[in-house]
Design a protein around this ligand. Structure first.
Ligand code: DGJ
Length: 328
């Protein structure tokens, strides 16, 4: 074979190889492993949340650099394994006077859909540019389209209370709540949102004072379950599950729901959110972040099925699993 032809063949071989790699569809969750989007880039969507809309999942998360915050990214998927990047849903502002000026920190973005206003509403933890974690505010943005662009509405401390790690929970009756770490993270609080989901109401209450953060909530058989972490910065610690008949408490401690492997340190991760599996009653996916504080964008994701046996809730470690788990 001529030398030129050989190189041509080699090139063709690599091109086809690459194409095949790019087209390989994922069929399972490989927990905590490198996870590439459909463009073959690492998924950059930390501390986020997923919503299901018109037969598609949308995953919103923190787009991080090594340490900095680049806004809120969004990915779309039909199967929860293969994610197509849809760009930045919410972008920090070029205007240095804006509360969301480039250099601010946007964390734990949660998107909810308001059936009455037909708007998508994004809530996130906001820290102001150059102020470290001292501002402790929550931010609100909205859009007519699920993938954005989201437009900044306001940011504030709910009823004057510091708000750092947070989550948003929408109950079956459409009422929405922010559950948030307050008073330097010593308090976990809840506040009801207004009907349009764009603000908070005065219905704001202390849940418990145990120095917890990273709240993630789900509802199962008329009871509410809340998983939180302790407060050790980016370093992992032990998770705790609580249960309540009412979102405003009392919240009874159940214990650490994690089982197997590194369960004492939440598998070296931290709760981000819990996804009720659409069209599957009583099925939930726990999603955690395995943070890499040296390079935040390289933090990994931990999707794990929540195991419910005889009313007992646990999250056992799995290296790999698929949604067929929920068929049993
Ligand atoms: C832990 C929080 O859960 C993260 O979202 C982030 O705010 C880090 N602390 C910052 O240290």
């Amino acid at each position: 074979m001529k030398k030129g032809n050989f190189y041509l063949l080699l090139l063709l071989f690599f091109a086809i190889g690459n194409q095949l790699m790019a087209q390989t569809k994922l069929v399972s969750f490989k927990v905590g492993q490198l996870w590439y989007d459909t463009n073959d880039d690492l998924i950059n969507a930390h501390g986020g949340s997923i919503i299901y809309y018109k037969h598609t999942y949308y995953w919103f998360g923190e787009k991080r650099g090594d340490a900095d915050s680049h806004g809120v990214s969004v990915y779309a998927s039909k199967d929860l394994y293969n994610w197509e990047p849809k760009g930045l849903a919410f972008t920090p502002s070029k205007n240095t006077a804006s509360p969301i000026a480039e250099g601010c920190i946007m964390e734990r973005p949660k998107v909810i859909y308001n059936k009455k206003t037909k708007k998508f509403v994004l809530w996130f933890h906001l820290e102001l540019r150059g102020k470290g974690y001292r501002a402790a505010e929550v931010g609100v943005a909205e859009s007519d389209h699920i993938t954005g662009p989201y437009k900044y509405v306001r940011s504030f401390r709910p009823n004057g209370n510091m708000s750092r790690d947070m989550t948003i929970f929408v109950d079956d009756n459409g009422k929405a709540y922010e559950i948030y770490s307050s008073r330097e993270n010593y308090d976990m609080r809840i506040v009801a949102l207004t009907e349009d989901y764009l603000n908070v109401t005065p219905k704001d209450s202390l849940l418990f004072s145990q120095h917890r953060e990273a709240p993630a909530v789900f509802k199962y058989k008329y009871q509410y379950y809340l998983i939180t972490s302790a407060c050790t910065g980016w370093a992992p610690n032990e998770a705790e599950l609580r249960v309540a008949d009412n979102l405003y408490g009392p919240w009874k401690v159940v214990g650490n729901p994690m089982e197997g492997g590194k369960s004492k340190t939440t598998f070296n991760g931290q709760p981000a959110f819990i996804l009720p599996v659409p069209n599957k009653k009583n099925c939930f996916i726990y999603v955690g972040d395995k943070w890499n504080p040296q390079n935040l964008k390289d933090s990994r994701y931990q999707f794990l099925p929540i195991e419910i046996t005889d009313g007992n809730i646990s999250i056992p470690w799995r290296d790999e699993w698929s949604l067929s788990y929920f068929n049993k």
